[in-house]
Design a protein around this ligand. Sequence first.
Ligand code: M6R
Length: 367
Amino acid sequence: EKHGYRHYMLKEIHEQPSVISHSIEHFLKDGKLNEEALGITKLDLDKIQDINIVACGTAFIAGLLGKYFIEPLTGLPVNVDLASEFRYRNPHMLDEGRTLVIAVSQSGETADTLASLKHAKEAGCQIFSVCNVEYSSIDRISDSTLLMNAGPEIGVASTKAFTSQILCLYLWANAFAKQIGKLSPEQENQMTQELHSLPVHIDLAMNSEDKVKTIINDYYESPNFLYIGRGPSYPIALEGALKLKEISYIHAEGYASGELKHGPIALVDRHMPIVAIAPQDEYHDKSISNIEEVRAREGMVIGIGHDKDDKLQAVCNDVIPCPQVNNPAFQAILSSIPIQFLAYHIAVKRGTDVDQPRNLAKSVTVE
Ligand code: M6R
């Protein structure tokens, strides 16, 4: 049921504060990381020497983001592959469980992701999955599954599953780090404190919808969009572009801001909207100068960042406000909300079928 919302997608966007609150209850126990719920206890962590994430679409983008947290927390190299490539490219894998292959999949039935796992299993890897559907094919083939517990996702465009995947991968990486002595009790405490304030911030991020509705008249007819971001905001740029493409049929590309000069800036003129994901993190100054570069070519910039960020306000045509936190994983979750609303309201304005976009299926069970 849509509970009064016009579309499942809108309902699912608005469900994110409660999904995150439930996740906190589910993945913490007595205030500490719950290793069992996080799927840590069934893995032989001491053996693992490298990690390969495989997934498709939005789940792949969550995997890309995961790399930003898993590498520093565990000290292990992380490779992220599109499942449709991994299964055919003869990837480097260590036997005897020394490579851990992680599948990320909402449905647990995506054909390419499942085939990648079969391949990895034959090669002797340990298999771990982050999955929303218990007893799905991907859950069943895995040595260990972290069940996301995000509730059913009906809209073809993934929203709450994406933010839940980010949180799950991040908490899993913390639990892994703790087990191998790389996360101190103080660090765990600090992280869980930040986690407890996340639902309030996600609630605040929901306010970005009002601003989105007021600005889209200037943008919704554009045939092209660019999305840019640095660090963990780079995968969010990819996700923003994917979301817009799939439900509004507008051509959109996501780029790492540092790549602009290597090609895409040639596209920028006064007809090109650029969505810049620019929280006040360690990359902020560089992000601002990238925005200045596109403004100098008359691009129209929609910034996503803190509404009290004067530097950002000064260089953007419009700013969609997003709460600011210190933890980069939690910031990525927060930055996801405005890009979801932007895609949703542009699609509604263009009159497309938001929940069932043309040519797409919720679960891609053929390759
Ligand atoms: O069920 P999965 O997470 O394995 O699905 C993967 C992709 O098909 C899925 O994320 C797709 O990209 C979404 N429609 C994006 O919104």
